[in-house]
Write a protein that binds this ligand. Sequence first.
Ligand code: C2E
Ligand code: CA
Ligand code: CA
Length: 411
Amino acid sequence: MIGSNMQREYFPKGTKVFREGEPGTYAYLIENGKIEISAATKGARIEINVLGPGDLFGEMALIDNHSRSATATALEDTRVIPLEKSALESKISKSDPVLHLLLRVVLERFRWALRRVLDRERLLSTGALGSSEQDKLYEEAKEQAVNQLRLEQDLHEAIEKQQFQVHYQPIVETMTGAVVGYEALTRWIHPKHGYVSPAEFIEAAEDSGLIIPLGLWILERACEDLKRFQKAVNESGKDDDRQLFMSVNVSPRQLQQLTSDGTFVRIINETGVDPSNLKLELTEALLIQSPEVAAIALARLKETGVQLAIDDFGTGYSSLSYLHRFPFDVLKIDRAFINSMVKEKKSKQIVVAIMGLAHGLGLKVVAEGIEDQSTVDMVKEWRCEFMQGYYFAKPRPAPEILGGLIKSSAA
Ligand code: C2E
Ligand code: CA
Ligand code: CA
């Protein structure tokens, strides 16, 4: 399977596939024949290994930028499949930085051990220990990985020490201007760095799996706070008998966990929240990456009576074609999209078309990131049901929201 579309190479007995010190751009898979891996010490040559069909050699060249630290010689007539470095390079650099670092550390150690065995001075004098550029790349990779490990460690502690707060941003009904619900937005109050934006830690929480306990905590908080907000409104004796709703962001990794073991139902039962007052916000990425998994999980969630929103619409794939396949109730048009629509007349037409389609599919639309009156006017023209943005209010901690609700009921 590997390299099946590659040109095979043939090395007659006694020829070299590569030599020490040469730049390495290929690894090789032996199809048939025999390869000796050897390295020169002071005057002598040491056999490191003899490899046969199915074995891979020269593989270190695929992972780092060092020159060859050994020589490969065909002991018999040998046929190999070359594996090109560039094909793997982008994959490796895009891989998890921790994994990347581990690979490199293992390789460094291996080379170091090899060097000790094989006359370190000689290799140094031939420059085979690597250029300063390689060292720089290595340092950068290391720094990145160390930062990520540190962030993940800090996140662990943050969960234990409860350094998170959920803030709430009102969502306003366009027709009446009334606050009809809130979006829960999480903040990390870091003891040293102060406020850390979710944009900086949600991804790390996802990568490390910490999003599972953190996401549960957020969901529980948001449900409990929704009950409090609703109670405050009900006690105010307002004639609007609609209940406030709560929108909660759910990341892809959380989705499966919420639906697979009944966790979501448990939270609903424990907090006593009416699931129809709860909206889970999901991004497009999940639907594109694993549509089948998403379809099953979303259908399960829908059975509980919860509402589903597609978040950040317009930034990602913006494909309306898949929307009808999933049971969404709400579409949130992203802030960046909204802003560009206001500035460009032509683009406005696109939003109008999206709105038409969304409404045609029975979705309600939220325009996000509204900061001024002119955007409000435009959104009203679009017949967008809900608005959200700094123009109305920034996200605030629960006690402030509650204080406001109680004050307005007293007025
Ligand atoms: P999002 O879900 O798109 O949330 C809206 C973001 O826009 C929030 O940023 C909000 O504070 C900000 N925003 C709202 N109105 C305005 C406005 O008028 N102008 C501007 N410039 N910004 C506005 P925040 O709180 O920093 O959150 C960033 C992202 O982090 C969120 O984007 C969401 O994707 C993620 N996030 C936040 N909390 C959670 C959470 O509890 N769970 C998960 N999985 N993700 C979260
Ligand atoms: Ca959101
Ligand atoms: Ca959004």
